[in-house]
Design a protein around this ligand. Structure first.
Ligand code: TYM
Length: 325
């Protein structure tokens, strides 16, 4: 069985981009792969400064995953900060990381371009921690959305650097990016769906918020009675992520026929989202009432993860001379 590893930051409420590009696939792979899925709270520290908020968001994401069907009996599901070897390996990897490699990383460059006044060292070395997250578990595959592609490339570079500096230690992980939903478009119809663009649809939000987010999708000003082009419309695009071929065709026909407004299309999309997430929402309510269970799941996940992490670290210590054998 091939091993997969992936993570999600606990820096905000998950949105359709996270779900379609990553979470849904992770859960689908639990029957066919050995899965390690974790909540990247150390990464979230680069943006979240409120301890209560961080604690809450970390638990919320755990609840979201479990509500969506992640089975903790099948998946090693844990919180990054519960396995201190992530930070330890990140330091060791940082000592073989060329400065220029990180200077070219998009996430850091984008944050600075967006006007971040005092970018921190943590933000700069973010990809090194991510490489440690991955390499600790020696996964075959890392299933992520397209925006993480460069991070996986950096991970491969660092694995190669470490292996050639010391000795063969880390196998090369392969990114696994879904073709159709690797880049889910946001409600502005322009950028990828992301909290930082404020263009998200939070699938577990209350119905009123969800409605507001769907209704806010940017459309052009074609009058209601005129025919419309589904292929250039963000509402149709987002609908198509969920709909069957038949449903897609039926909505596209309505667009092309005219007499069907963008408001009507948004209602169809909202209904689709409610229908898709309905059963998960119910489960989420039940899970949210049992935080003790959530914490136990994460703790036992961390114990399992740690046995693997410690084994890799023993090798790393050995290969670098950090032990006396
Ligand atoms: P994060 O928390 O930003 O996102 C979690 C996952 O959701 C995917 N994603 C998207 N996919 C398609 N369309 C979108 N609009 C969209 N927005 C987000 C992301 O690609 C990701 O797969 N650095 C990572 C977390 C991380 C990690 C790791 C991932 C830390 N260590 C090790 C894999 C392996 C991040 O910030 O993802």
């Amino acid at each position: 069985m091939k091993r997969i590893l992936s993570g999600i930051q606990s820096s905000g409420t998950p949105h359709l981009g996270n779900y379609l590009g990553a979470m849904k696939n992770h859960i689908a792979m639990q029957d066919t792969h050995e899965c390690f899925i974790f909540i990247a709270d150390l990464h979230a520290l680069t943006t979240v400064r409120d301890p209560e908020k961080l604690r809450k968001m970390t638990r919320e994401i755990a609840i979201d995953y479990l509500a969506l069907g992640l089975d903790p009996e099948k998946v090693t599901f844990f919180r990054q900060s519960d396995v201190p070897e992530h930070s330890e390996l990140a330091w060791i990897l940082s000592t073989v990381t060329p400065f220029g490699l990180l200077e070219r990383a998009h996430a850091y460059k984008d944050a600075v371009a967006k006007g971040m006044k005092e970018p921190t060292v943590g933000l700069f070395t973010y990809p090194v921690l991510m490489a440690a997250d991955i390499l600790l578990y020696k996964p075959d595959i890392v299933p992520v959305g397209k925006d993480q592609k460069q991070h996986i490339e950096i991970t491969r570079d660092l694995a190669e650097k470490f292996n050639s500096t010391y000795q063969e230690t880390f196998p090369m992980p392969e990114p696994h990016i879904p073709e159709d939903v690797g880049y889910v478009i946001g409600t502005d119809g322009e950028h990828k769906m992301s909290k930082s663009y404020g263009n998200v649809i939070e699938f577990f939000a209350d119905e009123k918020t969800l409605k507001k987010q769907v209704m806010s999708i940017t459309t052009d000003s074609t009058p209601l009675e005129e025919p419309k082009d589904p292929d250039t419309c963000a509402v149709y695009k987002i609908y198509s992520y969920f709909a069957t071929e038949e449903e897609k065709k039926s909505l596209a026909d309505k667009y092309r026929a005219g007499g069907f407004g963008y408001g009507d299309a948004k209602k169809v999309l909202l209904e689709k989202i409610m229908e898709h997430f309905g059963p998960f929402r119910q489960k989420r309510i039940e899970l949210a009432e049992n935080l003790e269970y959530i914490d136990t799941v994460l703790q036992s996940g961390a114990e399992k993860a740690r046995t693997v992490a410690l084994k890799t670290m023993a090798e790393v210590r050995n290969h670098t001379g950090l032990n006396f054998q």
